[in-house]
Design a protein around this ligand. Structure first.
Ligand SMILES: NC(=O)c1ccc[n+]([C@@H]2O[C@H](COP(=O)([O-])OP(=O)(O)OC[C@H]3O[C@@H](n4cnc5c(N)ncnc54)[C@H](OP(=O)(O)O)[C@@H]3O)[C@@H](O)[C@H]2O)c1
Length: 488
């Protein structure tokens, strides 16, 4: 991928007499942070005019001079060939000027790091090619002398692979699914939302939920699920399903797991540890990583499945929504979860970021393809620690406000809507959870679900508290309150 890093003034001025027109300490720090240990590209004039060496960067200098041999950099004599060769690489090549290099590289760049200097300076070089209509701002920080923005090129949307980049609604394409929303975070609220999406929950019903590590403070309370099952006709005889864990905690073996279920109050109905007697392979249709996923052998015993998800952060997935609840939660504890988390011959948790999101998603696809139309989703945005329920009492304290309950028959739409609702909160409200999602490249879960044809990234949000009116994510989170723990 080609990107560029630049600072320009209100007239798009970038340089004077071979040097920068300004000295902005914070700007230099940002440049350093963005380029350290990365591949960077710059013209000969810019390179020769550097006030000091740029260490710990892989520099390529563009020059027409066949004799030119800088001591700490590679040279290319053909800029366009270089850009064409690398524009589709996973690896980023950051174009760092000057004017002639920016001009030629601009059409190839998919990402930009720009400091918009506030004051106009005396300049003799400009970055004329830049057009703000080509870009979408993904990050903005105001400094006294400039505004720093990260941008991505318009049209590089839901299919892109960067899981740290959030794709705003306006940029998404395709159909819209319905996502129901209520602010009523209670067994009754969950029932109300569920009943909107339960048409195909028939026959022998499984409820896939996270039953939590011992005494975990954040998972959906067992009492609530009991009440939900008692008040929803289709769930009266349902079975909660789980799998053993991949890590050696209190749910590693079936015996340990049963004890933990008891401690956490899951003793009012049958809980089926689907992998206690073995595994079965389900095909991953169209998978890029897997052709099958290994799940608990009991999973195919069910006709339909309610995915009842506690939406929250996750140390590796960034966030845990319906996709993670199924992708990890239905994969069996020894083989399936290992396929997702570990590369052959490498560590137990060697798969991270985009690769992890894609593998979780392919695992989910195996299960939801198996159930076809007989699977539905309810996400409860409550007690949203940045940690998952598998961290039990060690989970980070919750600081994000509770939001509500969402329901949909479209897994991509419901998880995307939850992320949009988190995004729609104020910086102070969403800071920690957003940072967790972005830093783990969790947004790739959403774009990959769309790519794999698992659902829509666009949706209509329906307000169950107000006569089923349409509402926006901003409106949905308008009245959220600072988090306060309520015990049950
Ligand atoms: N504000 C910022 O963020 C920022 C960042 C970087 C630089 N700058 C400023 O920009 C100014 C320098 O810009 P500039 O345009 O004069 O110089 P430049 O872009 O840094 O370098 C031009 C050099 O690249 C060579 N070149 C250009 N296109 C090429 C191609 N297609 N194939 C091979 N070689 C090629 C040129 O060869 P020819 O001799 O054939 O032209 C020339 O030697 C300085 O003032 C610098 O401080 C500002």
């Amino acid at each position: 991928m080609i990107s560029f890093s630049v600072a320009f003034d209100p007239n798009k001025g970038i340089g004077i007499k071979g040097a920068l027109p300004w000295h902005l300490k914070d700007e230099l720090k940002i440049f350093k942070a963005n380029t350290l240990y990365k591949n960077i590209l710059m013209g000969q004039t810019t390179y020769d005019g550097l006030p000091r060496k740029l260490v710990d960067r892989y520099i390529t200098v563009v020059s027409i001079d066949p004799e030119y041999k800088p001591e700490d950099a590679e040279v290319t004599h053909d800029l366009i060939a270089f850009l064409k060769e690398h524009e589709n690489d996973e690896t980023e090549y950051i174009v760092c000027g000057g004017a002639s290099i920016y001009r030629q590289a601009y059409p190839y760049a998919k990402k930009a790091y720009i400091s918009f200097v506030k004051e106009a300076y005396e300049v003799d070089t400009h970055f004329d090619a830049y057009d703000e209509d080509d870009w979408i701002v993904t990050k903005e920080v105001d400094y006294p002398d400039f505004v720093y923005r990260e941008l991505k090129r318009k049209g590089t949307e839901m299919t892109r692979k960067d899981g740290n980049i959030y794709v705003p609604f306006e940029e998404r394409t395709g159909n819209e699914s319905i996502v129901y929303f209520t602010r009523d975070i209670s067994p009754e609220g969950i029932r109300k939302a569920y009943e909107k999406v339960n048409e195909h929950i028939t026959g022998k019903v499984a409820i896939k939920l996270h039953t939590g590590e011992k005494n975990g403070p954040n998972f959906i309370p067992a009492k609530w699920v009991k009440q939900l099952m008692e008040t929803s006709e289709s769930l009266k005889d349902a079975t909660i399903i789980e799998t053993n864990t991949y890590y050696e905690g209190d749910r590693y073996t079936t015996e340990q797991h049963r004890e933990t279920l008891e401690v956490n109050g899951w003793n009012f109905c049958k809980v089926d540890i689907t992998d206690e007697e073995g595994t079965v392979d389900l095909p991953v249709k169209g998978g890029n990583w897997f052709d099958h996923m290994t799940v608990g052998s009991h999973l195919p015993n069910y006709d339909s499945m309610l995915t009842l998800t506690h939406f929250k952060g996750h140390a590796m997935g960034g966030f845990g929504g319906s996709n993670k609840n199924i992708g990890i939660g239905c994969a069996d504890g020894r083989i399936g979860k290992g396929m997702i988390h570990a590369r052959k011959g490498e560590g137990q948790w060697s798969v991270t970021e985009e690769e992890l999101m894609e593998k979780i998603t392919e695992s989910t696809k195996a299960t939801i393809d198996h159930f076809g139309k007989n699977v539905t989703y309810v996400n409860v945005m409550r007690n949203m620690s940045v940690s998952c329920d598998c961290e039990g009492v060690a989970a980070a304290p919750v600081v994000t406000p509770n939001v509500g309950v969402l329901a949909s028959t479209d897994i991509c739409a419901i998880d995307t809507a939850c992320v949009d609702l988190v995004n729609a909160m104020t910086e102070e409200q969403h800071h920690d959870l957003w940072e967790r999602m972005q830093s783990r490249h969790g947004f790739r879960q959403l774009t990959y679900m769309k790519e794999m044809g698992m659902g829509n990234s666009r949706y209509i949000l329906i307000d169950l508290d107000n006569d089923e009116a349409r509402l926006t994510p901003k409106e949905a989170v308008k009245d959220v309150k600072p988090f306060k723990r309520v015990e049950f």
